[in-house]
Design a protein around this ligand. Structure first.
Ligand code: SAM
Length: 227
């Protein structure tokens, strides 16, 4: 049974596409997509041998070995021109790692791929990379599952400049507009977390880090602006 998180990632994969799932581990995502008849071809790509074995097993046991390839490679280096990939999914990692994977493998993208990205943290840095590399954010969503909050970012390359404000980079241009319950909850929790840290700092007997506390209060205010 696929997690709600991966099901939601799957929702953003275009119908009949050819997908490369980078960091696929058990290949649950491409297997699900193929069983739904949502994709024509899939690559389950892994940098580590253990997870690649998991992927092979899963694909084999679902009888999909002729439709989903497994590849051992670092990030996007598993994608070749002949694969005609038009959708890349990268899920379940930190935003910094996703950013690194995209940056290291830029040459393996043809610019026509839809990127469906699900960073666990570090969304801000990932959006900044997209902006700086002519990727426009086409859609976003946020969901909560098992006590975790996940953001999903869909982006496509465009041939004009892309510019997002600091606020859009931090909160997500679409998520800001959607202003969903999960979004408000996520950022209210973040305010609570920062306030607790400030309280602890104020209670400490030693000299208080005034600058740090001021910075954290600014952070709280910029969150309050969007709630
Ligand atoms: N994508 C699946 C999901 O969302 O449930 C699995 C996520 S798992 C936490 C992250 C996987 O990414 C690991 O199996 C790890 O080996 C793989 N990974 C990390 N860095 C990678 C890279 N540079 N290239 C390919 N895979 C990578």
């Amino acid at each position: 049974n696929l997690s709600q998180r991966l099901k939601t990632v799957a929702d953003f994969v275009p119908k009949n596409s050819r997908v490369a799932d980078i960091g696929s581990d058990h290949a649950y995502l491409p297997v699900y997509l193929m069983k739904q008849n949502q994709i024509e071809f899939g690559i389950a790509s892994e940098v580590a041998k253990g997870p690649l074995e998991n992927a092979k097993q899963e694909i084999l046991s679902e009888g999909l070995s002729d439709k989903i390839d497994t590849r051992l490679a670092d990030g996007l280096l598993s994608i070749n021109k002949e694969d005609n990939i038009n959708c890349v999914t990268i899920a379940g990692m930190g935003g910094t790692l996703i950013r690194q994977i995209l940056d290291n493998g830029k040459n393996h993208l043809n610019g026509n791929e839809v990127l469906v990205l699900q960073p666990n943290v570090g969304e801000n840095r990932l959006r900044t990379w997209l902006m700086n590399n002519h990727y426009e954010i086409k859609d976003e969503t946020i969901l909560r599952e098992d006590g975790h909050t996940y953001e999903i970012i869909v982006a496509e390359k465009v041939n004009h400049d892309v510019k997002y404000s600091e606020q859009e980079l931090q909160f997500g241009p679409f998520l800001l507009k959607q202003h969903s319950e999960v979004f408000v909850e996520k950022w209210q929790n973040e305010i609570n977390r920062i306030e607790m840290v400030i309280d602890q700092m104020n209670q400490a007997k030693k000299e208080k880090p005034i600058e740090k506390i001021k910075k954290m209060k600014d952070d709280i205010n910029s969150i309050k602006e969007v709630l």
